[in-house]
Every structure is written in structure tokens, then in C-alpha cells.
Design a protein around this ligand. Structure first.
Ligand SMILES: [Cu+2]
Length: 194
């Protein structure tokens, strides 16, 4: 009896985390897990194996010999960079997929696009209502650490342990939620065995 109840509770947890995943969107890291944003990965077959939904993020991770240029379809077809929509050189570069339709990305390093380093991303609309994501597109580079070299002035010192007001609590990232899902699955699998 207790085991059945535990299973029900755990299934509820898994269902809830899956709903959160839908609401927050999924990060798709280009080429992963078999490859990456490079000349040796079959990026077309990677893209066709993924489902991109409005609200998801497209993440490019690459070395300094590559970059990411978003281009119109004509330039994508001809590996031209005459009308770039954006040029990005700081890995990781994240694009938020805000609307349904196709977007086109190529590598700007000479020769790489012709070697197949290009990908078309076809985003489909969500099936469960309007997109909920309102986060602005990431700049692609992490914020530099805040400098702490200046000594605190004695007349504005706050007592230790006092909470800083105005700071929002950190939101769980979708990666965290994916991890939570995986953990839930493992727990369920374990319960099935005992
Ligand atoms: Cu490249």
C-alpha cells in the first residue's frame, strides 16, 4: 500500500517537472551529444532529430576557430555573409526561438560553411497555449565577476548576516529541471525493482 502511494507521489513529481520543462523551454546545444558546432558533425541530421518549439533555446558551443552568423535563407544556401542578421564570436552563444518558422546559421570562418558547417532550425509553435517565456535573449557571454577590491567604508557597514534586499531568488534553470526529472525517473526505476 505504502509503495503504491509512493509511486503515485513520485509520478506526480515527474509530471509536474515535465510541465515545468514545457513552460520554461528546452536548451538545444547544437550537434550534441554526437558532435558539436564544427565541420565534422552532420548538422542537418542533428537538426532533423530535434524538435524545436517556440520558447526553446538554441545554444552554440565552439572553439575560437569558429563563430556563428545568422543569415537569411539565400545567404545560407550560397554560404554568403553579405547580409548577416547577427555575428557572434563568444561561445556559448544562445538564441531564443521566439517564433515559429525557419532560421539559418552558418560558420563565418572561410571554407567552413562549404564544408557543411551550417544548420537550418525549424521552430514549431507550442501546442499547449501561447509561449510563456519572457526572458530576453542572452548576450552569449557570462557577466564578469563583480570587483571586490575596494574596501568597505566604515560608515555604511551592514551587520553580518543581514539579507540583501531587492535581490530576486534565483529561478531554476531548465537544466536543473531536466536533472530533477532524471532523478525522479531513477527513483521510480528503483522503486519498481524493490
Ligand atoms: Cu567553423
Amino acid at each position: 500500500m505504502a509503495r503504491a502511494m509512493m509511486r503515485t507521489i513520485l509520478l506526480g513529481i515527474v509530471a509536474t517537472t515535465m510541465l515545468f520543462e514545457l513552460a520554461l523551454g528546452v536548451d538545444h546545444t547544437v550537434g550534441v551529444p554526437a558532435g558539436g558546432w564544427d565541420t565534422s558533425t552532420n548538422l542537418q541530421s542533428w537538426a532533423s532529430s530535434e524538435t524545436f518549439t517556440v520558447g526553446d533555446n538554441l545554444v552554440f558551443r565552439y572553439t575560437s576557430s569558429h563563430d556563428v552568423v545568422e543569415v537569411p535563407k539565400d545567404d545560407y544556401d550560397s554560404c554568403s555573409m553579405s547580409n548577416p542578421i547577427s555575428t557572434n564570436t563568444a561561445s556559448p552563444t544562445t538564441f531564443e526561438l521566439t517564433e515559429a518558422g525557419s532560421r539559418y546559421f552558418i560558420c563565418g570562418t572561410p571554407g567552413h560553411c562549404d564544408q557543411g558547417m551550417k544548420v537550418e532550425i525549424k521552430t514549431v509553435a507550442t501546442t499547449s497555449g501561447p509561449p510563456t517565456s519572457t526572458t530576453p535573449p542572452s548576450s552569449g557571454s557570462p557577466a564578469p565577476p563583480v570587483s571586490t577590491t575596494s574596501p568597505p567604508s566604515s560608515d555604511t557597514q551592514t551587520p553580518p548576516g543581514k539579507p540583501v534586499s531587492g535581490d530576486e531568488p534565483p529561478k531554476p534553470s531548465s537544466a536543473t529541471i531536466v536533472k530533477m526529472s532524471v532523478v525522479s525517473m531513477v527513483v521510480i526505476g528503483f522503486l519498481m525493482m524493490i
